[in-house]
Design a protein around this ligand. Structure first.
Ligand code: IPM
Ligand code: MG
Length: 371
C-alpha cells in the first residue's frame, strides 16, 4: 500500500542484516495492528554494497536516500574488507551518507532499563535510573576536515595525518541542538572538549559560552575536558543530562556511555540534519550504535533491541508518532522484564534467547500492550 512515509532500509553487514530483519517484523506489526504504513525502499551499503556493486555506497543509493523522509540503518564492516583501499572500506559508505545528507547532529541517548541494572559492569546504585543524552557533532572534526591523508616523506618513511577543525558556524549549530535538547530534559548541558591542548577546543568552548549567553535561557552550561568526562561517565554518570561534544570525542564517549546501560547492543541513535524552513522536514538517519559484530554474525545471537530503539527514535523524530514510539520502547522494556536476554545482557536467573527469541518477546509484548 502507498504511504507518504518514505523510508530507506540499509541493513549493511554482519548482524546489521539480522537486526534489520527483526526490525521489519516490528514494522509489519505496526502496519497490521496500528495502520502505520511505510513506503519502504531497501538497498545495500558497506561491505554488502561493495560485494554487489563494487562500492560501499552507490551514487543511486545516495540519491535515493536524499529523497527519503528517513533512513533506517543497520551496521557496516567486517574483517573480509580489512585489506580494501581506504575509499572502498565499508565505513566509507556510512560516513558518506552522514556527510552528504548533512546529518550534523547525532543523538545518542543512554538509558538504563530497570531490568538491566544488573547487566551493567558498574554498581547498581551508579547506573539505576540513568538517562543521559550524548549529542555528537557528526559531519566535521577529525572525521572529515582537510587536510588529511598519508604522504611519503623525503626519507621514504610516511606521515599519516588528520585535521581537527571546527568553525564558529559548525559549533553554533550543534550547540543550538544541545540547548534545545537540554531545555526539553533537565536543563543541563555539558560542553566537552580539550581546550587545554587543542585550538579547536578553545574555539569550541568560546563559541558555546557565547551561544549560551545569547540563547541559553533556562539551560545551565558546564564545561569539561574530554578525558575527565570519560572518567566522570564511569564514576558518576547521573551527574550528566546532555553532553555536547565533537565527532571523535562523541564516538569514544558514546561507546563508554553505552556500557553503562549494560551493553552496546542497547544503544540507539538518531542523526539529524537541519530543518527545512519551507517543509519543516529534516533529513534523518537512525542506526544502532553497535557495529556489525562479525564474530557473532549469522548465528542468531545478536541483540536486536538497539535497532528497535533506533526505529522508535525514527517514529518520534521523523514522523511525530510519539505514542507509537512509546509503545515500541515499552515493549522492549516489557520483553526485558519477562526475563528474556540475548547473550550480551544475560544475567543469572534469566532465559537466554537468540535474535529471534528476543524479537518474539518484543512482538508478544506489543500484542499485550495493544490489547
Ligand atoms: C559509530 C561507529 C562509526 C564511527 C564507524 C563504524 C565508522 O563507530 O557510529 O560510532 O566511527 O562513527
Ligand atoms: Mg563508534
Amino acid at each position: 500500500m502507498g504511504s507518504n512515509r518514505k523510508v530507506m532500509i540499509l541493513p549493511g553487514d554482519g548482524i546489521g542484516k539480522e537486526v534489520m530483519a527483526a526490525n521489519i517484523k516490528v514494522i509489519d506489526w505496526l502496519a497490521k495492528y496500528r495502520s502505520l504504513d511505510f513506503d519502504i525502499t531497501e538497498d545495500e551499503v558497506g561491505g554488502a554494497a561493495y560485494d554487489a556493486y563494487g562500492t560501499p555506497l552507490k551514487d543511486e543509493t545516495l540519491a535515493d536516500a536524499m529523497g527519503m523522509d528517513a533512513v533506517l540503518f543497520g551496521a557496516v564492516g567486517g574483517p573480509q574488507y580489512d585489506e580494501l583501499p581506504f575509499e572502498l572500506k565499508p565505513e566509507r559508505g556510512l560516513l558518506a551518507l552522514r556527510k552528504e545528507m548533512e546529518l550534523f547532529a547525532n543523538l545518542r541517548p543512554a538509558m538504563v532499563f530497570p531490568p538491566l541494572v544488573e547487566a551493567s559492569t558498574l554498581k547498581p546504585e551508579v547506573v539505576s535510573g540513568l538517562d543521559i543524552m550524548i549529542l555528537r557533532e557528526l559531519t566535521g572534526g577529525s572525521y572529515f576536515a582537510e587536510p588529511r591523508g598519508i604522504e611519503t616523506l623525503p626519507d621514504g618513511s610516511k606521515k599519516g595525518f588528520d585535521t581537527n577543525l571546527y568553525t564558529t558556524a559548525e559549533i553554533e549549530r550543534i550547540g543550538r541542538v544541545g540547548l534545545d535538547l537540554a531545555r526539553k530534559r533537565d536543563g543541563k548541558l555539558m560542553s566537552v572538549e580539550k581546550s587545554n591542548v587543542m585550538h579547536s577546543g578553545v574555539l569550541w568552548k568560546e563559541v558555546m559560552t557565547a551561544l549560551h549567553a545569547a540563547e541559553g535561557e533556562g539551560v545551565t552550561l558546564g564545561h569539561m575536558f574530554a578525558d575527565n568526562c570519560a572518567m566522570q561517565l564511569v564514576r558518576n554518570p547521573k551527574q550528566f543530562d546532555v553532553i555536547v561534544t565533537d565527532n571523535l570525542f562523541g564516538d569514544l564517549l558514546s561507546d563508554c556511555a553505552a556500557m553503562l546501560t549494560g551493553s552496546l547492543g542497547m544503544l540507539p541513535s538518531a542523526s539529524l540534519g537541519a530543518t527545512d524552513d519551507a517543509t519543516g522536514m529534516r533529513k534523518a538517519m537512525y542506526e544502532p550504535v553497535h557495529g556489525s559484530a562479525p564474530d557473532i554474525a549469522g548465528q542468531n545471537l545478536a541483540n536486536p533491541l538497539a535497532q528497535f530503539l533506533s526505529f522508535a527514535m525514527m517514529l518520534r523524530y521523523s514522523f511525530d508518532q510519539g505514542a507509537e514510539a512509546d509503545l515500541v520502547e515499552q515493549a522492549v522494556s516489557q520483553a526485558l522484564a519477562s526475563g528474556k536476554r540475548t547473550g550480551d545482557i544475560m544475567a543469572p536467573g534469566c532465559e537466554q534467547v537468540g535474535t529471534d527469541g528476543m524479537t518474539d518477546a518484543v512482538i508478544a509484548a506489543l500484542n499485550e500492550l495493544a490489547r
